[in-house]
Design a protein around this ligand. Structure first.
Ligand SMILES: [Zn+2]
Length: 353
């Protein structure tokens, strides 16, 4: 039986607060009046509305690692501690009407995709991801696929994406020969950068700002290895910094926070990790500042690859978070011939199909 799109939309949609409604009882990464709230990963655009969910929903479902990252960032409220259901990838949860499972998404540690089965429907939400078909398994033949669209414009493709890691390591080595290096990124990406550097034999001591340090320590409990990392307020860090041979990691928000670092004041070398660069794998933006295009998200090509391999009946493109939902939905329809709509949308969505 061919399912009607308007019927499928009863079981998958995105509300105006960015909550992804799956099945009949589940909302993911935003608020709605549903019993089950899922958090795909610890980034703030996916934990939004949590305080309201804690009051309204019966269960908050997330991976063990995401829980520990959120805890290290002070995002777990003790009053509601019993509502959290921590799961492993692949562990099945039965709601009244659905079966829910989180599977891996290659994004930041703990990140998950969500699969919901009810009646004869299979619904999947990718969450944020990169490396489809490699680090991120592709959910095959769902009735509805809900997908992120951060880099959903055709020109947001990084032709050099397979070389970025090596070039990043080379740049760090080169800058280290001149002095300490300061690296800025978002939670999760910083730890990825640490792992890349260590796996390429860089044994320079790492110094981390307080929040970065706490997240790093939380991940060590889950088997991640970062070598020597010191909190920037520790005595060890002070000693290491006196020697002048170290890499300092800090959150992107701290670039201009001179209490955390004094890199810009003293002309020390800085690297900013950002996905928003498509022309070159890295470039110098100021005398002592480089950006490196190390991204945690699929580029346009990879987003499209996910959809083409998944072969869903209907695609709902996340048009709430930063990205290009309307354009990506149009490209899916045009290039793959699969019905695709952006949500939430200002236009009459059914008319687009
Ligand atoms: Zn994210």
């Amino acid at each position: 039986m061919v399912k009607q799109i308007k019927d499928l939309l009863k079981y998958a949609s995105i509300n105006e607060h960015g909550g992804i409604l799956l099945g009949k009882n589940i909302v993911v990464d935003g608020f709605d009046y549903r019993d089950y709230r899922v958090i795909t990963h610890a980034h703030s655009d996916h934990t939004q509305g949590l305080n309201k969910s804690l009051q309204v929903s019966k269960y908050i479902i997330l991976t063990n690692i995401t829980y520990d990252i959120m805890k290290s960032l002070g995002m777990i409220r003790h009053k509601y501690i019993n509502k959290y259901v921590r799961v492993k990838y692949g562990e099945k949860i039965r709601t009244n009407e659905e079966e829910l499972v989180l599977i891996k998404a290659d994004h930041i540690p703990g990140a998950a995709q969500v699969i919901v089965e009810l009646d004869d429907l299979l619904i999947a939400y990718t969450g944020d991801f990169k490396n489809p078909g490699k680090g991120t398994p592709i959910v095959k033949n769902p009735d509805v696929l809900v997908i992120e669209s951060t880099y959903g414009k055709p020109e947001w493709t990084r032709p050099f994406k397979d070389e970025v890691e090596e070039l990043f390591v080379d740049l760090v080595k080169e800058l280290l020969s001149r002095g300490p290096v300061y690296i800025y990124g978002f939670h999760g990406k910083i730890q990825e950068a640490m792992i890349i550097l260590r796996s390429h034999g860089i044994d320079t001591p790492f110094i981390a700002s307080s929040a970065v340090y706490r997240v790093t320590k939380a991940l060590e409990k889950h088997g991640y290895w970062f070598g020597k990392v010191f909190s920037h307020v520790s005595l060890e860090a002070r000693e290491v910094m006196r020697d002048g041979w170290y890499i300092f990691f800090s959150h992107t928000n701290n670039i201009y926070n001179h209490n955390i670092n004094n890199a810009s004041l003293h002309g020390l070398n800085r690297i900013i990790l950002t996905g928003w660069e498509f022309n070159e794998p890295y470039k110098r933006v100021k005398n002592n500042t480089w950006i490196v295009a190390l991204s945690d998200h699929a580029d346009f090509e990879q987003l499209l690859y996910y959809v083409s391999e998944s072969k869903p009946e209907l695609v709902i493109v996340d048009n709430y978070r930063q990205g290009a939902g309307e354009i990506f939905a149009r490209e899916i329809r045009r290039r793959l011939g699969i019905p695709a709509i952006p949500q939430p949308s200002s236009t009459h969505t059914l008319g687009l199909i």
